[in-house]
Design a binder for this molecule. Sequence first.
Ligand code: UTP
Ligand code: MN
Length: 498
Amino acid sequence: MIPLKRRKVTLSETVEQPKQTCKFPHVCVFILERKMGSSRRAFLTRLGRSKGFLITDTYSLSVTHVVSENNSGDEVQTWLEHQTARDVSSSEHLLDITWFTESMEARQPVPVEDRHRLKVSTKQNVNVNTIQMKSYACQRRTPLKHHNSHLTDALELLAENAGYSENEGRSVAFRRAASVLKALPHRVQTMDELKCLPCLGDHSQRVIKEILEDGTSREVESMRQSEQFQAMKALTGIFGVGVRTADRWFREGLRCPSDLIRTGQQLNREQQAGVQYYDELNKPVTKHEADLIGHIVKEGVGAVLPGAEIQLMGGFRRGKELGHDVDFLITHPEEGKEEELMPKIISWLEERDLLLYQKTTRNSYLEKKDAPGRPPNNMDRFERCFSIFKLQRHAETTGSDGVKPSDQSEASNWRAVRVDLVVSPYSQFAFATLGWTGSKLFERELRRWAGQEKHMSLSSHALYDSVQVSNRNTQHPLLILYNCTFMLFIHEKHLGLI
Ligand code: UTP
Ligand code: MN
């Protein structure tokens, strides 16, 4: 098997083990993270692999030894059944960690004895009322409107905060926990209901418990009000400012955009626009505004290249009513025609004074030697224009909701809106559609699922069979068609459209 390209490894996401390092092919170990925590699990996984054990990251039919710590046999059995949605056969051993540590000492799998085995009671004693939940977010329906926003808002705030300290692993862990709660068909009342749900780590559980008992979490509330959180939110809220820059400014004593102006900070062109239109860009964009911009860009696209197609992407494609920007994907049915599109669209918009800022990055998909593999950080390589759109306020945009324009634009008859334009060749359009629909967690989970469960590598450009295809430049056309249809099917199901 060709190992998947190495990518950034987070605590809860580990790289598939190459087969050649495995000395005991008849033993396939799965270590349960539940009650153990992701870092201890990662440590044990590395230890086992260094001694030649085959340790799989995900539970599947090929697992022979399930190892857990501080769990009862019933708990492990129920957890496994929820992962597979089937009765766990007796073909695998459910073992206590002692079997694993003894095997590590012996540098080979020790025979399974009774004292290693976890006791599983008869089926009647197992709690059958717990909810069945698949462990990858892309396998579940995650509705926009759900029953647990009082819990998910808190978890997502913790995720946001972890992102501010560049702790991606922690941030994703909180987002996964929130996503599980979004998929529940009812409002959580007691901690008991969360037993056996995947992705709920100790920290998330602590916060959930506090909210269930006291109505609020002290940790989350004090973080929300902390100077650091508020400053990081304000500074990263500037278009063109990432976490690193914001953190540096924070340590220099800066807290908000006006501090940057007051202290005469060096800003690049993007950041200057970000500061200039700060209030406007931090006001949510409505679906109505997204549609208005969509009509204008569509007119431009049709005028510069008849037959070109444009599609609204991102949160609005998922049915959201508000967004932080508007994303469009553009293509042309005749492969190659799309190459000339972006500069022409930009000129068309600029001639009409519709852009306050724009920066285009070229398509770099076929430039790199290793193309078309997975780009770093899952960023795609399409030609893309980051822009700030100048949207005229008509009677209808100034608000049937009665909302008045902000101070910044009170005197003007337009508002600034972040707009992303992405151009894709027709042959990659389905993958681009899938990749640009989001959510970010869904995309991440879908790629993780494709890699770990299906041994395929998915990006916004293509889907490869990592096992069979040795040359990444060749992609079987039937595989494209089959998998694309399949992926889009999963996605529509996830969105609740089917
Ligand atoms: P957004 O950041 O616009 O998120 O990315 P969103 O879901 O639309 O949410 P709001 O409402 O604007 O805040 C949209 C999708 O585009 C993909 C991401 O996967 C995301 O799901 N994307 C974004 C990329 O593939 N590459 C990028 O560089 C940026
Ligand atoms: Mn968006």
